[in-house]
Design a protein. Sequence first.
Length: 612
Amino acid sequence: MCGIVGYIGSRQAVEVLISGLSSLEYRGYDSAGVAILSEDDRLEIQKSKGRLVNLEKRLEEHPLSGTIGIGHTRWATHGEPSDLNAHPHTDAKGRIAIVHNGIIENYLKLREWLEGEGCVFVSETDTEVAAHLINYLYKGDMKAALADAREKMEGSYALAIISRDEPDTLYCIRKESPLIIGVGKGEQFVASDIPAVLPYTRDVIFLNDNEIAEITRAGAAIYDRFLQPVSHEPYHVTWDAAAAEKGGYEHFMLKEIYEQPDALQKTFTPRVDMKKHEILAECMPIDAEEAKILNKMVIVACGTAYHAGVIGRYLIERIARLPVEADIASEYRYRDPILSKDDSFLVVSQSGETADTLAAMREAKRKGAKVCALTNVVGSSISREAGDRVMYTWAGPEIAVASTKAYTTQVEVLTMMAMQLGLMRGTLSRADYDALLTQMSEMPAMARKILEEKDDIQRFVSRNFSHEHVFFIGRGLDYALSMEASLKLKEVSYVMSEAYAAGELKHGTIALIEQGTLVVAICTQPDIVDKTLSNLREVKTRGAQTLVVCTESLKEKCEKEADALWTIPDVAPQLAPALAIIPLQLFAYYMAIYRGCDVDKPRNLAKSVTVE
């Protein structure tokens, strides 16, 4: 979950590294550091605990000069955040320096062995183990040393390496952790993610698992696990670098909340022929023949993507009448799941690099299920493993740790998948299909209308930000949405919040309700709204303060039980989750602002979870 940047060229490397680390700080911000090979081939390192600005101040006091270097921003896994544990790490003699993303699972065993060989360690990290190991194996050929180290290291990792012995070459290697090479003219770049290289190049190479790259100013030579040369066609990035900047907004999270109307449009338009009024079959991973023989679908994901998967489960079962399981990826593969060749297995991941989701995907492949994927990142590990059975959300880069537009577009694509499956399986009439598609085309405008009400939301938060416990309740799709609303609040404001199926309150949870407890009820499903309001009445009787999010047509019914009420435009119940989340995202955002929290970089969290 850390950020890696590397550079070799004619520019001063420090400037490039700091620029890249700044764009990757969402991946980790416990500490940061750089290593530079100076013009006289000295290996110089500066690193600092805390945010990147601390490193920048240190570099102002102790400037480094050189045109080849590596940098790192850390999310701690081994060893507490400190100057000593910050990357880069070196061997004892300062012969090589490395930066690392991932976890080396057998690092303790390797450390004990290396200590027996005379290596002296100064940090608690698994990364320093890799540095000593590579140095121990180095016999004048870095590719060979990396290949040997690869056979000895277990786990997932991406490494970038520079060496005093090979001062004109930057090396990197990846195994189950993302790494790209930015291709320039007379200069090359290495990074964990595309935004780091966009100021300099739009052409990138995605390294595959177990590949080693030998990078000089002239270009990159890439080798497979047998050290045979392989070629990669560079991918040309089409989105603008400005999309990864704040663009005048105070925080990335707020910017990305406001980008949701455009994101919904960009995800919808390429998939739909509005003249024929149909979703394009080639944009869905399941054809009509397969749809009719499917036994069940399994949706597996983590965090916010899992909550989108739960929405997908409700919709696919309701619309397509296909049994669906929604499961948490980190649990899925450890329960020996039952899958068959007539099952469809869908993984959902914003980054396409989520380690637990990737592992579950590979487990499903081994069991013979038809595997497909939904992600936001072209060229990610999950998208490559899914092959031609991948769907993209096209939401654009999402930088804030708390996901917003990725979630709404995931829900949008899953809704379209449910509609297409329903049509192919004969469980959704053409008239209902047409009506849903028409309303989907209007959702970007509806989202803009919701955003116009932000002042009401901010005003409510200004009077209620001191709450330390918040409950979210709903039924059906509203319950699935409650889980995501609760997670958003926890992530960015550190308020203890929980989501409950409204009917479960009286089975224990209602004991926690006391005078002034804030309960947020989501009421967008007309067929069950009376049941939810009955539960809301129960908590209000016990002193709860109530906030209701509902559609315009349910306002009159809901306001009797609401101390405060926010509405969204009237829309088909199946489409409501993608809209009703928007005011709740703003609620979480403003709660974080008023409580003085770092919205874009919540404590202990990182954007792309590439470790288990």
